[in-house]
Write a protein that binds this ligand. Structure first.
Ligand SMILES: O=C1C[C@@](O)(C(=O)O)C[C@@H](O)[C@@H]1O
Length: 254
């Protein structure tokens, strides 16, 4: 199936953020396959002003700017003041700003500049239910979207994470760190995570899928894709009209 058809699948509920770690990726033809873009400014050393402006004119979806601290898996070791100096020049070309708790003091000025704030936290462990509840409330206190990436250590941890995602009362992006439970990345979107992250040329975090891999996963895992030969009849992908009723009737007839 062509990548255009994959993205155009109206049933798709797994939305993809392509995380970009170099201006060369801004020029990739795969850019258009993402639902949103993330510019990982902490991983980029060269000036990006002109390239980001060009990207803005080409890409129709939301553009996020992120400076990930070294404590949370990124490359930025500076403080809040220099963070603002790095982000401010690009505000006219982006829609959302990813802010960790340590940089929460910048949240209000970002909102004043009409930018959505993704309030994020990344941990290489699996917090308890109470810790996750407190973390969600803290992130929601300054962000428009809560974003948490944690590392399940068992199937029970993953089941907890899926439930926490499904029960979250706020807009949320939930992800996993590490590679052990990487398959949960797209599945978390089926439980309410607004996006999943992937890469175009090089990973910005261990365990990410490429955009091509994630596109196919997004199509195949979205409930709208049904067995093409249910009851011996071809069912067009994405057409669930009547499928559930027919399935129940079919089961009753057995
Ligand atoms: O926080 C996230 C999620 C991420 O770490 C991942 O695991 O895909 C990738 C980061 O670029 C992004 O800011």
């Amino acid at each position: 199936m062509s990548s255009e058809a994959l993205k155009s699948d109206s049933n798709r509920i797994i939305h993809i953020i392509a995380s970009l770690s170099s201006p060369r990726e801004f020029q990739s033809p795969l850019i258009t396959e993402a639902d949103a873009l993330e510019v990982r400014l902490d991983m980029i050393t060269e000036p990006i002003g002109d390239a980001l402006h060009t990207l803005r004119t080409k890409f129709q979806g939301p553009i996020i700017i992120t400076i990930r601290s070294s404590d949370e898996g990124g490359a930025y070791a500076g403080g809040p003041d220099s963070l603002w100096e790095k982000i401010e020049p690009h505000l006219s070309n982006i829609d959302m700003v990813d802010l960790e708790i340590r940089f929460r003091d910048h949240a209000q000025i970002m909102k004043d500049r009409n930018k959505k704030v993704i309030a994020s936290c990344h941990q290489n462990r699996m917090p308890s239910d109470n810790e996750m509840k407190d973390l969600i409330e803290e992130l929601h206190s300054f962000g428009d979207i809560v974003k948490i990436a944690v590392q399940p250590q068992s199937n029970d941890d993953l089941i907890r994470l899926l439930r926490i995602t499904a029960e979250c009362p706020y807009p949320i992006i939930m992800s996993v760190t590490g590679t052990l439970f990487r398959y949960a990345r797209p599945i978390l979107c089926l439980f309410g995570s607004q996006y999943t992250y992937c890469y175009i040329d090089s990973e910005t975090s261990p365990g990410q899928y490429s955009i091509r891999e994630m596109q196919l996963l997004a199509h195949l895992l979205t409930p709208g894709f049904v067995d093409p030969w249910f009851e011996g009849r071809p069912v067009r992908s994405g057409d669930v009209s009547g499928f559930i009723e027919r399935a129940h009737a079919y089961l009753k007839s057995q």
